[in-house]
Design a protein around this ligand. Sequence first.
Ligand SMILES: [Zn+2]
Length: 377
Amino acid sequence: MEKLHETATERRRLTRNSIYRYLYDAPGGRSKQEIAEDLAMSLPTVHQNLTELLRAELVRPDGMSASTGGRRALRLTVAENARFAVGVSVSGDHFRMLAANLRLEEIAYRKSSHPRTAGLEELGRYLVAELEAFLTDFGLNRDKLLGVGVALPAILNAEGTRILAAPTMHLQNADLQPLTDAIPYPTLFRNDATSGGYAEWFARKETDSMAYLSLEGGVGGAVLMNGAPYTGQNGRSGEFGHICVQPGGLRCQCGKQGCLEAYCSSARISSDLGITVEQFFAGLEEGNAAYVTLWQEYLQHLAQGLCIIRMTLDCNIVLGGYLAQYLPPYLPELRRLTAALDPFDEDAGYVHLCHYPKHAASLGVALNFINRFLEQL
Ligand SMILES: [Zn+2]
């Protein structure tokens, strides 16, 4: 693996970057001639840059193009496994750790439990031990590791250096420096729902704004504007779980009444009933009358939340979190209920299901390093 020319001028770097990005966005690869034509570059320029990229093992051959009478041409594509990033989603008692290659494909994943900790220093020790074991066990080459992103169920300051509040981790106003110090690789911290939204934004190749609503034990979300999270004054943008959908209604974990989270968290259809989410949906499918009534109410409150988000932001809304994997059969009904509340839209086609019902937060936080690499190459 040869290092790319560090001395290349910025103009040369941009040329090389545009060739790489072009190949990144071209499924199935392209020939030298196609690159030169589509990017309006001379063949020698393309040739020289491709030679550098091939030597650095960032681009690889991808078969021959079909003959069109003339000579068959070698197709090239990006070497997706040339680098990888690690994303770790941290909860009060678990790590969900994954490695993703340059195309944000999951190449390794492990969920592990960790003891409840008194503070971030102790958490850092557990995290690093798990991280090193993970890299070793999956045979991941540390020289190719771009960085380790950590997604936290926390409101962070704008710089991502301090936890302002993390009720489920029993932390408040905590500096993240002990975690940074513990991890011997480039590290960054993000909110978990924001990270999930970021992964979805990437998967959808969304060019516009997008809202992400995550349905899990907590209900959260993110607002992304052209890929960048809109964080708000206090880092609390996208806290959709605490939209009031039923004044004077069920008590929420935040202390208020009638929040979307009180009606649409996974607890509502599992632990509150003493069953698992799987058992709920199995019973629902079998026509259990109590479950059918509860589910109708669930969808109605969810539709209210969706309509409020739509009225406020006027953008696509992607439903994520692990409950999303059960939603496909109910999407038409959910859209119908949302449209019934929406004065402007007849079918609420702006409500979408996510690409990543599993591991979205870990993928999204890893994506920060991948995107940085793609931009700086
Ligand atoms: Zn609430």
